[in-house]
Design a protein around this ligand. Structure first.
Ligand SMILES: [Zn+2]
Length: 256
């Protein structure tokens, strides 16, 4: 069967990622971690302490208390420890979830400052790239906000990896991506690594979305879960690396 691809070898991690012990995944909404970052989380949770910090409780798409609980549940299904998951909400400095709401660098920085004071520092970050995968403005606000925050606190040498956005046809080319990964050995460029799930890991990621984030499973999400490539393949780019520079076009920002 075409989909029963074999277990791929472990990804060759860039040296800076190998040196990092504690990674913090910065996301905008409960379910971002599963819809977009599953393969990276499922792999890196075996070798690193991985935390998830979510800057909104997803009030535009459900009940915040439910969505907070769902994020912890889904993260556990992906191999993380629920105690390493933190979601900010209305009562503790969370940002407002919304398609038309751009989060300023200052707002993102204030949220990060609060989380670092309460949860402690890690030594590396993962977040969305400038394209935000889906183009949601909340996603697109995170990288610039994180970079600005690290600059302000004097830690702008701290490594950041971003999830590479791809065009629409590739977003739904699940089986082609799997086939390509099987046929063509991956040759990591400097500052780039790729995570490809096994069949079992892909089913785990589906389970984390369908059952972990049950309140979010409306009809239009089944295409993403069924043939979307981000539950199967992730490419992380290290900010500042040649691979990142070749891939990314910064947003036009009035604040930078
Ligand atoms: Zn989102």
């Amino acid at each position: 069967m075409l989909f029963r691809f074999n277990t791929p070898p472990p990804p060759t991690l860039p040296s800076t990622l190998q040196k990092t012990k504690s990674l913090t995944l910065l996301i905008a909404h409960p379910d971002d971690e599963t819809m977009f970052f599953s393969p990276a989380l499922q792999s890196l949770s075996k070798t690193h302490t991985v935390r998830i910090w979510c800057l909104s409780s997803g009030g535009a798409g459900g009940v915040p208390t439910v969505r907070r609980a769902e994020l912890k549940s889904a993260a556990t299904m992906l191999g993380l420890d629920a105690k390493n998951v933190r979601t900010l909400g209305e009562d503790d400095g969370g940002l407002e979830d919304g398609m038309g709401i751009v989060w300023s660098q200052e707002e993102v920085g204030t949220a990060l400052d609060r989380l670092e004071r309460e949860e402690g520092k890690g030594d590396g970050w993962i977040t969305f790239d400038y394209g935000g995968i889906s183009g949601h403005v909340n996603h697109c606000s995170l990288l610039e906000g994180l970079q600005s925050y690290l600059k302000v606190v004097g830690r702008d040498d701290e490594p950041i990896w971003v999830l590479e956005s791809v065009g629409m046809p590739r977003k739904y080319s699940f089986w082609l991506e799997a086939l390509w990964a099987k046929i063509v050995p991956y040759s990591p460029a400097k500052g780039k690594t790729r995570f490809v799930n096994t069949w079992e890991q892909w089913r785990q990621a589906q389970d984390a979305m369908v059952n972990g984030h049950e309140s979010q499973m409306r009809w239009f999400r089944y295409g993403w879960v069924g043939i979307g490539r981000y539950l199967l393949v992730n490419e992380l780019l290290e900010v500042g690396s040649p691979a990142f520079e070749a891939s990314q076009t910064p947003r036009v920002s009035k604040e930078l």
